[in-house]
Design a protein around this ligand. Structure first.
Ligand SMILES: Nc1ncnc2c1ncn2[C@@H]1O[C@H](COP(=O)(O)OP(=O)(O)OP(=O)(O)O)[C@@H](O)[C@H]1O
Ligand SMILES: [Mg+2]
Length: 166
């Protein structure tokens, strides 16, 4: 399925994108975040949290791999950064979250693809050469649910303001 590509020009824009995703999210949704250190994965999660009506401010957990925030739906903020072996991921008991009552957002998801459901929304964040404040962001739906979500997101963004499409 064709990815949606846009450019974020600030952390605020990345959060705004996240808040739309949070508002559109449904129970059982899985968003996989991919991108180098500092590209804005946690920044996007903060926006998703806001969209889900969560008052706290998600941050990159240092040693905690899964953190739960309660909003209109629970946000399960999962970060695979510190994991080195797939066996460690299998030990986490992720199923409880992945097939639970909330929305799962996984940073460094590429470290554990085989432990994650095949249907998901992959969001990759990339640095833009010679720019400190821009990121290119690609959203790639895998499965009908995420295609529908992406279509809704696209029409919202089109109504809102001049997003910088790529
Ligand atoms: N357009 C942008 N979108 C998101 N963050 C941006 C942008 N421009 C600059 N930044 C800055 O980049 C940093 C992104 O940090 P963040 O913790 O979200 O990255 P991360 O991808 O979660 O990193 P890590 O892999 O260490 O968890 C923040 O300091 C933020 O202010
Ligand atoms: Mg992070």
């Amino acid at each position: 399925m064709k990815p949606l590509r846009l450019r974020s020009r600030s952390p605020e824009e990345t959060q705004l994108l996240g808040s739309h995703l949070g508002e559109l999210a449904q129970q059982g949704d899985i968003f996989l975040l991919i991108g180098e250190l500092g590209t804005g994965k946690t920044c996007l999660v903060q926006g998703i949290g806001k969209g889900l009506g969560i008052k706290e401010y998600p941050f990159s957990p240092s040693f905690v791999i899964i953190r739960e925030y309660r909003g209109t739906l629970s946000l399960y903020h999962i970060d695979f950064y510190r994991l080195t072996h797939i066996a460690e991921i299998n030990d986490l008991g992720l199923e409880e979250y992945l097939y639970g009552h909330g929305v799962c957002v996984v940073e460094w998801a590429e470290k554990g693809t085989s432990a994650l459901p095949e249907e998901n929304l992959v969001i990759s964040l990339n640095y833009v050469p010679d720019s400190e404040t821009e990121r290119s962001i690609y959203l790639e739906p895998k499965g009908e649910r995420y295609l529908e979500l992406m279509e809704k997101l696209k029409s919202r963004l089109n109504q809102e303001k001049s997003w910088n499409w790529l």
